[in-house]
Design a binder for this molecule. Structure first.
Ligand SMILES: [Zn+2]
Length: 193
């Protein structure tokens, strides 16, 4: 154990070794500062890294324990964080639909207001409502990649559905023709009320 191997730059599971930690462990063995894939920092004994007994900041254990990888480390106990939930669901949808998935958790930003409808966004724990935040692909022909996703209201996302920009424009033109250009015009009557 006494031999000093420089682990800097090496990757162990989800961890990348950034540098030697300032302090050694209680047995005076070297510790290493690591960056986890979930972007959390952690200090790990070199022996634990090399034996692969430690491969994450702890997010991997949380994943195994709960079946939901809450890799960003911000989730509260027992409740998957909403951003992680969106990320995880998007990843699943991408897989099912054969779409690209190149997102980091930090690419998902929830604004306070829906950028399309201007309504305030709220998180609802059970089924989504009109003002629930919802991850949308701006261009439905592209996958879940950095500049193609944004968070809008569930209502706006439902309205858009899988429409292409071209179809949306046609739709908008139809709205304009049918309901006039006055934005203060009365609401479009609901189909089922
Ligand atoms: Zn982690």
């Amino acid at each position: 154990m006494g031999n000093l191997i420089d682990l800097t730059g090496r990757v162990y599971g989800r961890l990348k070794v950034k540098s030697r930690a300032e302090a050694n462990d209680s047995c005076n063995r070297p510790m290493w500062l690591c960056l986890c894939k979930c972007s959390a920092k952690t200090v790990v004994r070199g022996a634990s890294l090399r034996s692969k007994s430690t491969q994450s900041c702890g997010c991997l254990q949380r994943y195994r324990a709960h079946g939901h990888p809450r890799t960003h480390g911000l989730a509260t106990k027992g409740k998957p964080d909403i951003i992680y939930k969106m990320y995880h669901n998007a990843k699943t949808r991408a897989k099912v639909n054969g779409l690209d998935f190149k997102l980091a958790l930090t690419d998902i930003v929830i604004p306070s207001v829906c950028p399309i409808l201007g309504i305030k966004l709220y998180r609802h724990n059970k089924s989504p409502r009109d003002n629930s935040p919802s991850l949308d692909r701006k261009n439905p022909n592209r996958g879940y990649v950095k500049n193609n996703v944004h968070v809008v209201s569930y209502k706006a996302n439902t309205m858009k559905s899988n429409a292409t920009p071209k179809e949306l424009l046609k739709f908008a033109k139809w709205v304009l023709k049918t309901y006039g250009s006055k934005t203060k015009a009365s609401r479009v009557p609901r189909r089922n009320s």
